[in-house]
Design a binder for this molecule. Sequence first.
Ligand SMILES: Nc1ncnc2c1ncn2[C@@H]1O[C@H](COP(=O)(O)OP(=O)(O)OP(=O)(O)O)[C@@H](O)[C@H]1O
Ligand SMILES: [Mg+2]
Length: 244
Amino acid sequence: MNAIEIKELTKKYKDFTAVDKLDLTIGEGELFGLLGVNGAGKTTTIKMLSCLSKPTSGTAVLMGNSITEKPDEVKKIISISTQETAVAPNLTVRENLEFIAKIYSVPDPKAAADNVIADFSLGEKENARTKTLSGGWQRKVSIAMALITSPQILFLDEPTLGLDVLARRELWNVIRQLKSKMTIILTTHYLEEAEALCDRIAIMTSGKLRAIGTAEELKQLAGKESFEDAFIEIAENAGKEEIK
Ligand SMILES: Nc1ncnc2c1ncn2[C@@H]1O[C@H](COP(=O)(O)OP(=O)(O)OP(=O)(O)O)[C@@H](O)[C@H]1O
Ligand SMILES: [Mg+2]
């Protein structure tokens, strides 16, 4: 079954089109990378898919539920973690997790917190107030908070932004552990991250999909040996002709 079917999804701000008739299908259990230069429309796409923003036209169906017709059903099966995802600074790691579990009516908040604390190796910091944690730890807590509701689809918008190499690699391992347990859409500007983690990758510019495939396929398509060169080739030539 397809986890996500995006059909002509469009977002306009006044006369500016941020996402332009996006068509895309993502399979269940897939770890899908959404790449593109600043302003390409990645976050806008994720906001529409997670029902935080209404499409101007078009729609998407997530696990059989339309974002335009059944947003309440969609919200039950998704989670989102963004750079801005609020961890309450004065609550401890455990309190943050149990708080979110309660808001989302998870049956046993304490047990749910125990599980993600174990999965994410958060034990040594579970009683620390989150404001005392480093950025990398806060990102881990933020992703753990997104997972406490056991979502079927997880959106990770630039999960490793600003992290040092070691913290980033650690988060890669966390993300790899989630792989195939749920469908994941990830955005990143770190191309080696997309190449290392993603089953398939889409490259967007100016709200349009320019190319889609595995990292290997995109390299072949662009005729480049490195994924970074392939990305540059595709992003720079976007608009001249549609590469698919
Ligand atoms: N609320 C808004 N009002 C007007 N324009 C907006 C609004 N939100 C986003 N945009 C514009 O839509 C375009 C796409 O923005 P979006 O945040 O989706 O890009 P992005 O691909 O996530 O970029 P980045 O890599 O920098 O995060 C940008 O040109 C942005 O300025
Ligand atoms: Mg963004």
